[in-house]
Write a protein that binds this ligand. Structure first.
Ligand code: ADP
Length: 648
């Protein structure tokens, strides 16, 4: 076994590979760009080597710099993760020329599957069913449009060098063919430097079912299927294993075809054979066709790990180190069901645009496997894929695993960037998905319902107000027993909506709230807020001048000018209260002192700034309730003035 490996990647996959390597007693070397100097994968690895600027072409795509880092750090092998150089056969050649091991397939196997047209021809020869269509060399538009007529519309134009859905066009009618061809070619030329295309029969109600394979260069086994039909614009959103409705006969046929595909190219390591299935006709042994093979570890590999109990990265390392296949086909079996949701920083209402931001708050509830490459405080930068985490659940049945996924998503707390969390959570509640009726068009058909926003319930606004106010479980009641409830005003903005909130702590420690004409009573006990007797499961979190409430949906509230609002509320009052949680730095008055309106009474240090608290009116100090050095929470009474008598 290797004593040291280098991971030529970043983010969650680099962290995930490091975790297994460490568990196997293998030293790890990370590489990183300037943008990632203090990234989680750098923190986790035993050693880290800077390889260049933030743009991928200046760092993670620099094969030469990565190979040098491996040699300099004494690494014997390179794990490529996915993306970046993972399917670049020239990189594999260079790694091997440097006397290092590439943890993955041979350059020859990658080349064989690199172009969709050549791969389809190869698979046909190996007896693997392929989607009917034209994948020949003749790229003349006349010829291609003739081929489309022969196949029968609708057809799909695909870039032979394609990936990530780029250069792909659905054509419904013959007269749209030429325009679609031009635009597919243009996109393919820009994205891949290769404008060749192939034409395929467009499968109606398609399901994407892929088979995980694993080879040792001679033999291969399969680790069953994953269903990745839940897609948006050909991008996977939620994956699961096994596929809903899968029959033993179909699984055996697909598994055997995938193993034939892998063995046909002498495949080594983890790979995925992607098939398209005609969902309209149901799962039938003659109803699946090869689409392409991904010659690397796949993003969604954890669902396979969950149902097989196998660590695929461990297998990759063992086979790369020269072991033969760790298991025979008969040793492998499926246990239960698993889901993976891809949590991204993205703006769903804006059309799922990638988003950026600093993760001011990041917390996941227990109960799911979280594969993440970021921590609270990290930046989702525009340089890389905006993935925050993969949330993976497992259960004895599909129903249980899906319920766990929903709970894990609702328990995920992310502040500082918009995310697709609520959209993913809505998917877990989608009736068709819950019933296993998956096809690649599901999201598109129901996009409006899946992205609908419910207005914040009163209790949600109340939770936000409590968090903004700084109220928590063990608020000391100092001073309050002496006076009537002291109402404080707090304004919260939720987008265009303004919530005018009044809060007052009562003698028994409960908090009365008045929000938009609604009166509520909140108390904190048994680790939760109870509002009007109902336990609140949503979690509120204050970050800077904002509060997020995480429940079935995420609600973000901003606190406009928190100090001004609170200070205003104190004007004319008998009690000067701390407008926000902080440290009392100084108190300038004592009981009996005469003060004028505007006089300095105390200094509070809060949010890294000093705030002077002044008298809201002329009067006499009745009592000083806080001393310098005291830590106080928002709303704590600091200085009481003598009550104004009506004739004064
Ligand atoms: P890429 O390599 O760009 O990701 P794929 O060939 O893997 O492209 O296809 C991506 C997705 O497009 C598939 O998962 C499927 O949803 C859809 N798709 C591909 N081929 C067909 C087809 N012939 N008919 C219908 N949908 C297809």
């Amino acid at each position: 076994m290797f004593h040291t490996i280098l991971i030529a990647n970043r983010g969650e996959i680099a962290c995930r590979v490091i975790r297994t390597a460490r568990a196997m007693g293998i030293r790890t070397v990370a590489v990183h760009s300037e943008a990632d100097a203090s990234a989680l994968h750098v923190e986790m690895a035993d050693q880290a080597v800077p390889i260049g600027g933030p743009a991928p072409r200046d760092s993670y795509l620099r094969g030469d710099a990565i190979i040098k880092a491996a040699r300099d750090s004494g690494a014997q092998a390179i794990h490529p993760g996915y993306g970046f150089l993972s399917e670049n056969p020239d990189f594999v050649d260079a790694v091997e020329a440097a006397g290092l091991t590439f943890i993955g397939p041979s350059a020859r196997a990658i080349r064989a599957m690199g172009l969709k047209d050549a791969a389809k021809s190869l698979m046909e020869e190996a007896g693997v069913p392929v989607v009917p269509g034209y994948h020949g060399d003749n790229q003349d538009p006349e010829h291609l449009s003739g081929a489309a007529d022969a196949i029968g519309y609708p057809v799909l134009i695909k870039a032979v060098a394609g990936g990530g859905g780029k250069g792909m066009r659905l054509v419904e009618r013959a007269r749209d063919f030429r325009d679609a061809l031009d635009s597919a070619r243009g996109e393919a030329a820009t994205a891949f430097g290769n404008d060749a295309v192939l034409i395929e029969k467009y499968v109606q109600k398609p399901r994407h079912i892929e088979v995980q394979v694993f080879g040792d260069g001679t033999r291969a086994v399969h680790l069953f299927e994953r269903d990745c039909s839940l897609q948006r614009r050909h991008q996977k959103v939620i994956e699961e294993a096994p596929a809903p409705g899968m029959t033993d006969a179909m699984r055996a046929a697909m598994g055997a075809a995938a193993v034939r595909a892998a063995e046909a190219i002498g495949y080594t390591g983890a790979g995925t054979v992607e098939f398209i299935v005609d969902g309209a006709r149901g799962l039938r042994t003659d109803g699946f066709w090869f689409m392409e093979m991904n010659t690397r570890l796949q993003v969604e590999h954890p669902v396979t790990e969950a149902i097989t109990g196998i660590d695929l990265v461990e297998w990759q390392l063992r086979v790369a180190a020269g072991e033969s296949l760790p298991a025979r086909q008969d040793d492998l079996s499926i246990n239960g069901h698993s889901f993976e949701a891809r949590l991204y920083a993205e703006d769903v209402p804006a059309g799922f645009l990638p988003a950026t931001g600093t993760l001011e708050h990041l917390h996941f509830a227990p109960g799911a496997r979280i594969d993440s490459g970021v921590r609270a405080g990290d930046v989702i930068s525009p340089w890389y894929d905006p993935m925050i985490a993969k949330i993976v659940t497992h259960g004895p049945t599909r129903v249980v695993a899906l319920a766990r996924l929903g709970a894990a998503l609702e328990g995920a707390q992310i502040a500082g960037s918009v995310t697709n969390r609520d959209f993913l959570a809505a998917l877990t509640r989608h009736a068709g998905f819950a019933a296993g009726e998956v096809d690649t068009g599901l999201i598109g058909r129901d996009l409006d319902t899946l992205t609908a926003r419910a207005p914040a319930a009163h209790a949600v606004v109340a939770l936000a107000a409590l968090a903004a106010w700084g109220a928590d479980a063990d608020t000391p009641l100092a001073g309050f027993a002496l006076w009537q409830p002291h109402w404080q005003r707090l304004v919260l903005h939720e987008g265009e909506i303004e919530h005018d909130c009044r809060l007052a702590r009562l003698r028994d420690g409960a908090i009365a709230l008045r929000i938009g004409g609604q009166e509520m009573l909140a108390s904190h006990r048994a680790g939760a807020w109870w509002i009007d007797g109902a336990k609140q499961t949503a979690q509120a979190c204050r970050h800077g001048a904002a509060v997020s409430v995480f429940g079935a949906q995420t609600h973000l509230f901003t606190i406009p000018d928190p100090l001004a609002v609170a200070a205003d509320a104190g004007a004319g009052a008998d009690v000067v209260v701390a407008p926000m949680p902080g440290l009392v730095k100084a108190v300038f008055v004592a009981a009996g002192d005469q003060v004028e309106k505007g006089a300095r009474l105390a200094v509070l240090e809060a949010m890294k700034m000093e705030h002077t608290l002044t008298a809201g009116r002329d009067g006499t100090v009745a009592e000083v309730l806080a001393a310098a050095g005291a830590q106080v929470e928002a709303g704590a009474a600091l200085i009481a003035l003598q009550e104004e008598t009506p004739d004064a």
